[in-house]
Write a protein that binds this ligand. Structure first.
Ligand code: UT7
Length: 338
């Protein structure tokens, strides 16, 4: 768990998102995969998703979302944290290039790797930078060009994952202010890392001296098993986050934003937590699962559409590869995305 130091924490001051313009419908996918619009809608809740065009990288999405968040906050940042599963290259981190393209100068910039939990891990990290006095304003971006690691022939993942970027600007402020980040509940279970993985391309495979087998460079997910863990972990961490924030329980949430993994998972978690349907934020039908970007894209779209407004008590939770998960509870501030 990461907490804010008494008297000084991070406060959300701006947000924005960016989705690549190309939209792929379920019908489009049926032309190259043994699947159907009915299966995808009923099993996942997804109808359309945005995908990058050839040559577009994660940093391109991140720069757009980051610029919008900075414009929304009306300030610059002295640190950039980028949560991503799909860095532009294995080395170096992508955040320094993003900071440079945003004209932020020689600021601290690094990547956080926690797959679909990346935004919450990034939020805890950025809060620590501010609480310790290392930074005054952090630009936290979560961006994934997830389709670049998906096997186009794998119907179990190709219908779910998509591309996008979301960002928040965090400034130093008081723990009692709206938008203040309090304790972030974080966890992992590396014993189950094989349930979500890209087998090849890292030091394990490279040091073996054996070339990757066909398909090993692609993302793999044991969907049914992951499903069960996603429900358990998002439910439990949401309860912990509500308690850590001093709420009576998750049912205190005016709005619930969960990583947009699967509409059935989201409904089960929210039902278990006693959160009424009208309090659940969701955009999975339009954007699919955008990895680390999922939560900030959901927040930016919901704030833009008016379903998330100042004063709402907001419960956030995510789950992903690692396995990793997280949750936090806060009061939504008066910020408008650009
Ligand atoms: O973001 C990180 C966290 N990710 C998650 O939390 C995702 C968790 N998992 C899921 O969302 C779901 O498990 C999936 C959407 C991936 C799969 O849905 P499911 O209801 O768990 O299906 P399943 O894997 O149990 O497969 C049921 C059937 C199988 O056929 P048989 O063996 O029953 O004949 C699959 O081969 O559905 C088949 N199937 C498909 N059929 C049509 C799997 N994918 C597809 C497809 N179209 N795209």
């Amino acid at each position: 768990m990461s907490g804010a130091a008494a008297g000084r924490t991070a406060v959300i001051a701006g947000l924005g998102c960016h989705l690549p313009p190309d939209v792929v419908t379920n019908e489009d996918l049926t032309r190259r995969l043994d699947t159907s619009d009915e299966w995808i809608r009923s099993r996942t809740g997804i109808a359309t998703r945005h995908v990058v065009d050839p040559g577009t990288a994660t940093s391109d999405l991140a720069v757009e979302a980051g610029r919008r968040a900075l414009d929304s906050a009306g300030c610059e940042a002295d640190a950039v944290v980028l949560a991503t599963t799909t860095p532009d290259q294995p080395c170096p981190a992508t955040a320094p290039a993003v900071a440079a393209r945003l004209g932020l100068g020689p600021v601290a910039a690094f990547d956080v790797s926690a797959v679909c939990s990346g935004f919450l891990y990034g939020l805890a990290t950025a809060t620590g930078l501010i609480a310790s006095g290392t930074a005054e304003r952090v630009l936290l971006i979560a961006a994934d060009a997830f389709t670049t690691i998906i096997d186009p022939a794998d119907r179990g993942t190709a219908v779910i994952f998509a591309d996008g970027a979301g960002a928040v600007v965090l400034r130093a402020g008081d723990p009692a202010e709206p938008g203040a980040i309090g304790p972030v509940v974080l966890g992992s279970d590396g014993g189950l890392s094989r349930l979500i993985e890209v087998p090849a391309g890292g030091s394990r495979q490279r040091s073996s001296g054996v070339a990757p087998a066909p398909g090993e460079e692609f993302f793999r997910m044991a969907g049914r098993e992951v499903y069960r863990h996603a429900v358990d972990r998002m439910t439990a961490s949401s309860r912990q986050a509500a308690e850590a924030a001093g709420w009576a329980g998750p049912q205190d949430a005016d709005r619930f934003a969960a990583h947009q993994a699967n509409a059935r998972i989201l409904a089960t978690v929210a039902d278990d937590l006693g959160i009424a349907p009208e309090r659940r934020l969701s955009n999975i039908e339009r954007v699919g699962n955008t990895g680390a970007a999922s939560l900030p894209v959901l927040l930016a779209q919901s704030a833009a559409e008016g379903t998330l407004t100042a004063g709402h008590r907001l419960l956030l939770t995510a789950f992903g590869g690692g396995l990793s998960w997280g949750a936090t509870a806060l009061v939504w501030p008066d910020v408008k995305p650009v």
